[in-house]
Design a protein around this ligand. Structure first.
Ligand code: ATR
Length: 279
């Protein structure tokens, strides 16, 4: 039996095995996907050594906090990874480990399905980590010419300029209290509001007076409706959580590992429903 893994520091609430094992069994692929918690960099190194030796391992996914660290162990990177400098998917190709990024594809597809045009919109991104990079790259590939980024640590947002210089405008986080500053789309890529800290929100919609954002997106999917999304809905914005992005990035990873062609819409809906039940 072939093996696939998700590696990360804390995977207790991960629903990735559910998504991947459902896809694998649907396509009759004799493989199993499981989680491996790696507490530190040393353990990451040991994991990579194990993977290289084990002929049954096809590849693995990577989540927080190793999406950048993993690149050090990869022999080749895709063009997207070269730009984003973060990978969530690795495939073993012979002796080599090849790094891919499917997060941005998952984000882009979930956004396209909402049916809102992103071109010429004022877009605010909250956060400047790996998830923000996938988001900015997705928007860039969708033709967006300018995005505003606000992050708790200003320097981290500044460092994104090395990658996305032309389209980024960095806002000091205090500017989020300039409530008259208008945004059409607001996207949360931080972990603020994630279970179990469900009362917190990365944006104060109650005091925001500049109008109603057309669309508000939270990459968090647990809880399905964060305080951030709840407040945005109260304002009248259309909203979306991160579950579709999670499922679509997984589908793209399966395509890389097994050349699976497009999954039917009804099967994807079935996966989404099962995930919702599990969360
Ligand atoms: P990911 O790969 O999921 O993006 P990450 O690289 O650790 O994870 O980034 C997490 C993001 O959430 C960062 O932008 C982080 O802000 P800092 O750069 O200041 O660390 C943001 N974040 C996490 N906890 C936060 C909090 N309590 N308040 C504000 N921002 C927070």
């Amino acid at each position: 039996m072939k093996k696939l893994y998700l590696i990360g520091k804390s995977l207790r609430h991960s629903i990735s095995p559910l998504i991947h094992n459902k896809i694998l069994s649907n396509f009759g692929i004799d493989a199993v996907y499981s989680n491996v918690e790696l507490p530190d960099f040393e353990k990451l190194k040991e994991f990579v050594e194990m993977v290289k030796k084990d002929g049954d391992v096809v590849g693995f996914n990577i989540t927080i906090p190793y999406k950048e660290d993993i690149l050090e162990f990869c022999d080749e990177v895709s063009e997207d990874v070269r730009i984003i400098q973060a990978a969530n998917t690795v495939k073993k190709e012979g002796e080599k480990l090849v790094a891919y990024n499917t997060d941005w594809l998952g984000f882009k597809r979930s956004l396209e399905e909402v049916g809102i045009s992103v071109k010429d919109k004022r877009i605010l991104i909250l956060g400047a980590g790996g998830a923000a990079k996938a988001c900015i790259y997705g928007l860039y590939r969708m033709g967006v010419k300018e995005v505003f980024v606000a992050n708790r640590t200003y320097e981290k947002a500044e460092s994104l300029k090395e990658v996305f210089q032309d389209i980024l405008k960095i806002l000091p986080v205090e500017w989020l209290r300039r409530y008259e500053f208008k945004y059409d789309i607001i996207i949360n890529t931080t972990s603020v509001g994630m279970f179990p800290n469900i009362e917190s929100s990365p944006f104060d919609f109650e005091n925001y007076v500049a109008g109603i954002p057309v669309f508000v997106y939270d990459m968090i999917y647990n809880p399905p409706k964060t305080t951030f999304l709840e407040e945005a809905e109260k304002k009248g914005s259309k909203t979306e959580n991160g579950l579709k992005m999670l499922v679509y990035q997984a589908v793209e990873a399966e395509k890389i590992w097994f050349d699976i062609v497009n999954l039917s819409q009804s099967f994807l809906l079935e996966i989404l429903k099962e995930c919702e039940k599990k969360i």
